[in-house]
Design a protein around this ligand. Structure first.
Ligand code: OFO
Length: 165
């Protein structure tokens, strides 16, 4: 049976993941509203990924005999000034999530909870990928600057992203 401390920390993280989903869904709407459907698709897939992150933790907590407590999801930002600003905000958010996951690993170690420690390794790897994806898009957007043709080419590229766990 999972400890109360670990249970509380995982419930907090489920909320962080659900907020991430909400934030990216808000960004998807922003992109669609400014006519960038490919960017919007990329963010919709990110929304699906974050929901998956939350549900994976939800299922794990239940499988360990823990109790799921869903906290209120905060309202995400709605407006940004440019695609570059969105992706910079995305990277900052992912760095925050990486810190949350590292803190969870510390708690699992302190609680001597080996199962949760192992479970969290998947999230550690996932965060490396998430930050790398954002950095790659930021680099492209910095090269693109104000070139609309290049921006539309990137939009076409991002339109092909599909969700896979
Ligand atoms: Fe974006 O990795 Fe979960 O929150």
């Amino acid at each position: 049976m999972i400890s109360k401390t670990m249970e509380e920390a995982l419930n907090k993280q489920i909320n962080e993941e659900m907020f991430s989903a909400y934030l990216y869904l808000s960004m998807a709407a922003y992109f669609e509203e400014i006519g960038l459907k490919g960017f919007s698709n990329w963010m919709r897939v990110q929304y699906q990924e974050e929901t998956f992150h939350a549900m994976k933790m939800y299922d794990y907590l239940l499988s360990r005999g823990g109790s799921v407590k869903l906290h209120a999801i905060a309202e995400p930002q709605k407006e940004w000034n440019s695609p570059l600003e969105v992706f910079k905000a995305t990277l900052e958010h992912e760095k925050h999530i990486t810190k949350c996951i590292n803190d969870l690993v510390d708690i699992a170690e302190k609680e001597r909870d080996r199962a949760t420690f192992n479970f969290l390794q998947w999230y550690i790897d996932e965060q490396v990928e998430e930050e790398a994806n954002d950095e790659e898009i930021i680099r492209k957007l910095e090269l693109i600057k104000d070139n609309p043709n290049a921006l539309f080419m990137l939009d076409r590229e991002l339109a092909s992203r599909v969700f896979n766990e």
